[in-house]
Write a protein that binds this ligand. Sequence first.
Ligand SMILES: Nc1ncnc2c1ncn2[C@@H]1O[C@H](COP(=O)(O)OP(=O)(O)OP(=O)(O)O)[C@@H](O)[C@H]1O
Ligand SMILES: [Mg+2]
Length: 235
Amino acid sequence: MSFLSATNMTGGYGAGPDILHDLELSVDKGEIAVIVGPNGAGKSTGMKAVFGMLNLREGAVKLDGTDITGLSPQERVHKGMGFVPQVRNIFPTMSVRENLEMGAFIRDDDFEPTIEQVYELFPAVYEKRNQNAGELSGGQRQQVAVGRALMTQPKLLMLDEPTAGVSPIVMDELFDRIIEVAKTGISILMVEQNARQALEIADKGYVLVQGRNAYTDTGEALLADPEVRRTFLGG
Ligand SMILES: Nc1ncnc2c1ncn2[C@@H]1O[C@H](COP(=O)(O)OP(=O)(O)OP(=O)(O)O)[C@@H](O)[C@H]1O
Ligand SMILES: [Mg+2]
């Protein structure tokens, strides 16, 4: 069984209609899994379901073999999940360093070494450590958001569009950092709008359409699939 195994996820928001239909998402240890698909396909909703922010009508989420379907998001953080949401993923009026400290909220041990690791991974975060996070560029904010999520030392890092609104060069740099994180054994589950580039670094890719799994394969195979290329990757 995969390190993260989310199966048959079906459900929606509150009493509203189902957004997810029988959705399956899984990630192995140290693997990068990428979710792509059109706007409104349910990519963010799928991530929220894995993180426990949605009441699933059906399905199960297992982490490292343990069923965590009934756990709250905070309990899932204790189990080793880190989540960077698509929007509002930093505290703009707090300093960069305070953002990282907030990320460590569940820890009662010395988290200073983890802050140093984040500074090493993202030198720009170190340079801006005393500035308000709201004053940073889009790419720098995303680095703070990823750094904040790393503060709990997650085993599974979930990123919803980490490269949204950043330049191609910053996107490449962020992907390189994400690869570095995965090489330390952390599993990555990532939603990406830059589908082609993201699938290039993906061990596994999911194409979602209308809350369902449309295509699942290695990143390489999806990039080579003429139907996937034509419909989702712009030819
Ligand atoms: N908080 C919410 N309450 C009710 N419906 C929602 C909520 N958030 C999203 N939805 C609905 O769920 C569906 C899927 O939205 P979702 O945000 O998961 O798509 P997405 O694939 O992440 O899109 P995008 O690429 O634009 O980020 C949409 O129809 C959307 O209107
Ligand atoms: Mg989304």
